[in-house]
Write a protein that binds this ligand. Structure first.
Ligand SMILES: *Cc1c(COP(=O)(O)O)cnc(C)c1O
Length: 464
C-alpha cells in the first residue's frame, strides 16, 4: 500500500494499458476520418468502453462489500460531465444521477434517468425546484434549516414519494485543494455538525419528521485522501446510529456517502480504485455494510476523468526567450481550472504527429499554450515532450470530467465537438456525436445577437 492505494496485481490489471492503446487508436482515427484537422482544430473524445468498465467496477466494488440484497444507488454527479448521451450511457450501466440545478435535472430527465434514481443536492434550491423535485418523487437532501422549512411547507400541502434527508458537514477537515474541500469547519455545504447546538438540532429535526429517512454527506472532491473520505462517512454513520437509537426505531434507512474519490492525473493508472475505497470504508465503518442501511453514492470525477481526451492542433510552433512554445487550440476554454490554478490541477499532455500517431523523439522542455488572449493561457509550462511542431496535435489527458464539457466562453471561443469512440469490430474505430461543435452563429445568438440595438436608445434624461 502506498498512500492507502492498493497496488495488488489483481487491481492493476491490463485495463489501464488497454485504455491508452484505445486512446492512441482514437486520435489516429479522428485525424483519418476528418473529425480533427486544419478546419476543426480541437475535439473532445470519450472512451465508451472505458466508461462502461468504470461503471461496472463501481457496481462490483460495492457489491463485494455490502450484505446481499442491500439497495445501492450509484448516482453519477452530473456536474462532472453534463452531457445527455453520457448520462444515458451510464443509465444503461445501471447508474442514476445526482443533480444540483434545474439544468442538471433537465439533462438527467432528457437522458431518461428515472426520478427514483435521481438525487437533488444543490446548496441553493429555490421553492420551485423543491416543489418540482417533490412532485416527481426525486430524492432531496436539505442543505440547511431554512430549506427544511420549505420542505415542511411542501409536505403539508401535498404528499410526496421523495426520499428526504439532510446534508451534514462532518467538519473532518480539508484536503490538498481548498476549492474542492467541502468538510472544512466553514464550508458552505450542509449543517455544520460540530457547531454549537447543531447535532441536537439535527436529531430533533428527524424526531419531529418521521418522513426524513436519509442522511447525506459529501466530504469533498479531488485532493481528499481516502482516510479522510472514510472518516467523513464514519461520522455520518455514527450520527445516523445516534438518531435511530434516540428515536427508538430505524427511521434513517439510507445513507448517502457522496462522491469524491480522487483521480490519479499523473499516469494512466487508475488509483485509488473503487475496490480500494469500498474496502477502506468496510474497514473504517463495518456497520454501514451489514444490511441495515441502503446506500447512495455520488461519484463524478472518478467515473469519467480517465475516459476523456481533448485533442488540439498545434497552429504555430514558436520560440520565446529560448523556450519553445506550441500554440494550440486547447486552453482556458476547455481546461479552465488547469489554466487558472496550474499547481492544483496539472494535466498530462501527450504529443501526436500530424497523422495522429504518438510522437517520437527526444524530449524538449516547452510550453503548451492555448488560443486565448492572455499570457497565462497555458495547458502546460516547461513540460518535457517530443518537440511539438506546426500541424502536430497536443492531447490533454484525463479530461473526461470537469474539463471539455465545462466550456468557459473566454474570447468567444467555440465549444468543441465531443465524440464517443469504440472499436468498430474490424480493427478500426467508430465515432458517435455526443455534442456538436458550437457555430459562430450560435455564439452571436447566445451573446445577445437578437438584441443588437437594445442599449443605444437608453440615455441620461434631458439629453438628446
Ligand atoms: C461534486 C459533488 C459530487 C461529485 O464529486 P466527485 O469528486 O466528482 O466525485 C458528489 N456529491 C456532491 C454533493 C457534489 O457536490
Amino acid at each position: 500500500m502506498v498512500n492507502g492505494y492498493s497496488d495488488s496485481a489483481q487491481d492493476r490489471d491490463d485495463s489501464d494499458v488497454e485504455r491508452a492503446v484505445r486512446r492512441h487508436g482514437a486520435v489516429r482515427a479522428a485525424v483519418e476520418q476528418g473529425l480533427l484537422g486544419q478546419d476543426t482544430p480541437i475535439v473532445g473524445l470519450l472512451d465508451v468502453i472505458g466508461i462502461r468498465e468504470s461503471a461496472a467496477r463501481l457496481r462490483a466494488a460495492f457489491d463485494e462489500v455490502t450484505a446481499p440484497g442491500t439497495p445501492v444507488l450509484h448516482a453519477f454527479a452530473v456536474k462532472a460531465t453534463p452531457l445527455v448521451p453520457v448520462l444515458r450511457l451510464l443509465r444503461d450501466e445501471g447508474i442514476g444521477a445526482e443533480v444540483a440545478s434545474p439544468g442538471e435535472l433537465a439533462l438527467a430527465r432528457a437522458a431518461g434517468v428515472a426520478p427514483g434514481r435521481t438525487v437533488l443536492d444543490s446548496p441553493a434550491k429555490t421553492p420551485a425546484e423543491l416543489r418540482e423535485a417533490l412532485a416527481l418523487g426525486i430524492a432531496v437532501n436539505a442543505d440547511n434549516p431554512q430549506e427544511l422549512d420549505r420542505i415542511d411547507a411542501l409536505m403539508r400541502s401535498a404528499p410526496s414519494r421523495s426520499p428526504l434527508g439532510i446534508r451534514v458537514n462532518p467538519q473532518v477537515g480539508g484536503g490538498s485543494i481548498e476549492a474542492t474541500s467541502t468538510a472544512t469547519a466553514t464550508s458552505k455545504f450542509g449543517v455544520a455538525l460540530r457547531d454549537a447546538g447543531a447535532r441536537e438540532w439535527v436529531v430533533r429535526a428527524y424526531a419531529d419528521r418521521p418522513w426524513l429517512s436519509r442522511l447525506h454527506a459529501h466530504t469533498g472532491s479531488q485532493g481528499i485522501p481516502l482516510t479522510l473520505l472514510a472518516q467523513g462517512v464514519a461520522e455520518t454513520y455514527a450520527l445516523a446510529e445516534e438518531i435511530n437509537r434516540r428515536i427508538g426505531r430505524p427511521q434513517i434507512d439510507t445513507i448517502d456517502i457522496g462522491g469524491g474519490l480522487p483521480v490519479n492525473f499523473a499516469s494512466d493508472a487508475t488509483a485509488p480504485t473503487y475496490a480500494d475505497y469500498a474496502r477502506a470504508l468496510r474497514e473504517a465503518v463495518p456497520g454501514l455494510f451489514d444490511g441495515r442501511y441502503g446506500l447512495v453514492t455520488e461519484f463524478g470525477r472518478s467515473l469519467l476523468a480517465k475516459h476523456g481526451t481533448v485533442v488540439a492542433r498545434v497552429e504555430y510552433a514558436k520560440s520565446a526567450g529560448g523556450r519553445p512554445v506550441a500554440v494550440t487550440h486547447a486552453g482556458v476554454q476547455v481546461a479552465t481550472r488547469t489554466v487558472y490554478a496550474p499547481g492544483a490541477w496539472p494535466l498530462r499532455i501527450a504529443a501526436y504527429d500530424g497523422k495522429g500517431r504518438p510522437k517520437e523523439g527526444p524530449e524538449v522542455i516547452q510550453d503548451v499554450a492555448g488560443p486565448a488572449c492572455f499570457a497565462g493561457d497555458l495547458l502546460a509550462r516547461e513540460r518535457a515532450l517530443p518537440l511539438l511542431q506546426q500541424g502536430d496535435y497536443a492531447a490533454a489527458l484525463d479530461t473526461g470530467a470537469y474539463y471539455f464539457a465545462h466550456h468557459y466562453a473566454y474570447n468567444s471561443l467555440a465549444r468543441p465537438g465531443i465524440y464517443g469512440f469504440a472499436p468498430d469490430g474490424n480493427g478500426g474505430v467508430v465515432f458517435a456525436t455526443v455534442r456538436e461543435e458550437q457555430t459562430v452563429q450560435e455564439i452571436v445568438a447566445e451573446s445577445g445577437g437578437a438584441h443588437a440595438g437594445a442599449l443605444t436608445p437608453l440615455r441620461a434624461p434631458g439629453r438628446d
